[in-house]
Design a protein around this ligand. Sequence first.
Ligand code: F6P
Length: 522
Amino acid sequence: MNRIRCDRTPAWGQLQAAYEATGHAFDVNRAFATDPARFAAFSQSAPHVFADLSKNRIDATTEALLLELAQQTGLVAHRDAMFAGEAVNSTERRPVMHWLLRTPPLDPAMPTQSVHRHMAETLHEVHLTLDAMLAYAERMRADEHITDIVNIGIGGSDLGPQMAVQALDAFVHPGKRFHFVSNVDGHELNAVLRKVKPASTLFLVASKTFTTIETMTNAQSAKAWFEANGGTDVARHFAALTTNVKAAQVFGIDTTFGFWDWVGGRYSIWSAIGLPLAMAIGARRFREFLAGGHAMDQHFRNAPMAQNLPVRLGLLDVWYRNFHGFTSRSVAPYHCALKRYPAYLQQLEMESNGKRVDADGAALPYGTAPVIWGEPGTNGQHAYFQMLHQGTDVVPMEFVAVKTPRHDLPGHHRLLLANVLAQAQALMQGQSDVGGHKHFTGNRPSTFLLLDELSPASLGALIALQEHRVFVSGSVWGINSFDQWGVELGKVLARQVETLLGNGDNTGLDGSTAGLLARLRA
Ligand code: F6P
């Protein structure tokens, strides 16, 4: 597989020239005024998602150059290498195959399949595990004695299931309550334990590695609480979701649903880590969720580059980050059930593409992952949107709206939709006929993602779209989007500092840490 770094391609220089010539002054309002076909050219459908990119600072020439860039960096070969099971996670020498978790089983009657032949065995294992996990989910759903499910996990072992269980609240089993404990801060576990009873609670210990200190500490404390409060039958009340089945057994958990090291933590919602979601929405709907993700995989693999939504979004991210110099992207889901969607995307983008070296370890002369942040609308409008409209920095926005709500308060939904449309409009149009404090420059870019409804299938497609978009920009940037070495140093130091907090020894510590340590021990 031949990856060429973006800054070493002819297209990179051409994009720089295009930015300097016209790109920097590109005016979206003028572009609409002169091109009646702009909406059609810069919007498109993908499975379950309609996307309007037309309010972005982009034209046909720039998009063509960006597609050239993708071609010259070897994006297609890189994408195909991922789907062929090659070790695209080069620093950890692992394939990247979360997409296989949402691939339907092979149909013996069909000679052409969407997976390479050598993966047939693995796909078979995937489905055996999925079937077992879904059968367990159904058993627990039917078990009226279990009313509370507590997921103990952090990062990808928390954000995905938590975001999805909230997002699909309309489909959640009415007899079950779901709790998520991620932080090692004892307040969080304590607050949940106050609400539940051992006899009616199922703890899911979710950890790919089964070594993460926060999760292990919370799991030990949950088990101690369970036993101290009359809980019997740990085997029935604890299950583990992990690639490290051995460690789960040592912990004393018999019921384990495994997955594989080729599933990155932030890509693991499709694996056993999705068990809380399966319990919440049931097996049939969990399969619809997988099918939505798979439909987006097929789109990413087969749609022509110019009509390939993850490709267009990922390339736009590169255009904004590296040529316009925008350093963040704000995400505003206009659906309150998507409350954790910005946090989920934060890990997906920033842990994947927050890298300062290329896949060979050489320092990069250009920026990579933007900062991802946001809140659901309309709340954000009454908090930080002031800065988005009139601040000194331009922050590209990404709206998500849902056409059909699942409540019967139609007036609310009309108002919600009116607001999301109006915000995108206001950012673009601005208000130039007044000066001073009331002046809005406008020309502030936004992307609009529209779902017909928020369902298991559309959520699956939306998440897979975001995964692939992160792949595209990471691929063009020449980085490995699938490792996360940057989280290691803090973990090592925390272990050392924990000892020092115990013994007070501050020899060799920097002045600040020594000062704080002394105050904490006083
Ligand atoms: O420390 C970062 C990280 O490794 C994430 O990538 C991961 O999602 C999270 O920790 C949790 O890891 P695990 O599932 O192994 O407990």
